[in-house]
Write a new protein. Structure first.
Length: 399
């Protein structure tokens, strides 16, 4: 606890509240998400290609809606209503996977779930920048992502316990409704936003004019993100790789929890390092490390090695998740943060559907080795683009 307090020094209470919201949301979602590949293959009879379609559609929907919600939150000069609505929609629909009888039904539920995520994410990330001093942004995003991953640690553990004492997959999915209800109360009572006049003044500007005002450095970063995302398949494929190697459903849930624990710790460290050394070097290191892990997941044949690589993969998130967000906030004007985070997530969405579908198709046609190699190669191309991205906005001082 003392160490966590040290990492939260200078981080506003609203950021911590948003972290708690993400923690309970991930507690709910991670009771379900790591079990979806098993549910699809053993209960519904679907394969890798169906998984790619489901995750690609889900993540693309989420990311594209983030463009709209980010732009809209700048226009109405409010963040909290989008945050409240987004978490509410996702929390209500997510447990309904318990009633799915075919994989297209899972597509529909995941679609609505990701609609909720699309509504909330860009305004939430912008609100973190709105309330946090520039010198603490990396730490703020690190704390938020760390609490998010703590929920992801708890979720699979709860799922594993419930499965271990005899509950079926569908009952576990239904019980995920409980933490989702807690989220609504935390957003309503603890999340505060500043006077919008102090941070958001972009009302009346079109989505196109806002895009041009973000500058060439910002868009160079977005180009790198798109290329990287084209090779960044859904993490569900890593779980499928473990499942194919003989890891049981209960142990997959436990490993997913440990994986989230690695992400939790590395996010706290990565965010602080970003404030000290700047984001560019950390993202470069993270993307190169990602490529190495993917190559390992493709070529490893030993189950213990695959498990070690999977857990090591969590370190990649620590030096990219909070750092990329701090970089986006630093490259964007204060009054365009919602739009900037919307475009950032939209850039991820452009690559999400073809990435997961392509990965699933390559896996089905040529096996996991070819699929993971494809992801590593795309990460290498993205690194080359990233080398040319400036670390700070050139046209104005940081705000």
């Amino acid at each position: 606890m003392k160490r966590f307090k040290r990492f939260t020094k200078g981080v506003p209470k609203t950021v911590i509240a948003l972290g708690l919201v993400s923690m309970f949301t991930d507690l709910s979602s991670e009771m379900i998400y790591p079990l979806i590949p098993v549910f699809l293959t053993t209960v519904l009879g679907a394969g890798a290609l169906a998984l790619g379609v489901i995750e690609g559609i889900a993540e693309s929907t989420s990311s594209i809606l983030k463009i709209v919600s980010g732009w809209w939150s700048d226009s109405v000069k409010r963040r909290k209503p989008f945050i409240f609505a987004g978490y509410g929609i996702a929390g209500a629909v997510r447990p309904l996977i318990a009633f799915a009888t075919s994989w297209p039904m899972v597509v529909g539920i995941r679609f609505v779930d990701r609609v909720g995520k699309g509504i909330r994410t860009a305004p939430r990330d912008a609100l973190i920048a709105d309330v946090t001093p520039v010198e603490s942004r990396g730490a703020a995003y690190g704390v938020h992502r760390s609490l998010d991953h703590f929920g992801a640690v708890l979720g699979p553990i709860v799922a594993a316990i419930l499965l271990g004492i005899g509950f079926g997959l569908r009952i576990v999915f239904l019980l995920a409704m409980i933490p989702a209800i807690i989220v609504i109360f935390v957003v309503a009572r603890l999340v505060k936003e500043p006077d919008p006049a102090e941070t958001i003044t972009s009302s009346g500007r079109s989505v196109f004019s806002r895009g041009s005002e973000l500058g060439s450095g910002y868009w160079a970063l977005m180009a790198a993100v798109v290329v990287f995302t084209l090779g960044n398949s859904a993490d569900a494929f890593l779980l499928l790789r473990l499942s194919d190697a003989g890891v049981s459903a209960v142990w997959i849930a436990v490993l997913w929890s440990l994986f989230s624990l690695v992400k939790m710790g590395s996010n706290l460290i990565g965010g602080r390092l970003s404030d000290r050394s700047g984001p560019k070097q950390l993202v470069l290191v993270g993307w190169v490390f990602y490529a190495a892990i993917y190559l390992g997941m493709g070529f490893a044949t030993s189950t213990p090695v695959l498990v070690a690589l999977f857990l090591g993969y969590g370190l990649y998130f620590g030096v990219t998740e909070p750092v990329e967000r701090a970089w986006v906030a630093g490259l964007a004007p204060a009054d365009l943060r919602g739009s900037a985070f919307g475009y950032y997530n939209g850039a991820i969405g452009i690559g999400a559907l073809p990435a997961s579908v392509a990965f699933g198709g390559i896996w089905a046609a040529f096996g996991p080795r070819a699929a993971f190699t494809f992801g590593a190669v795309m990460a290498g191309f993205a690194v080359l683009i990233l080398l040319r991205v400036p670390e700070h906005r050139r046209t104005q001082a940081a705000t």
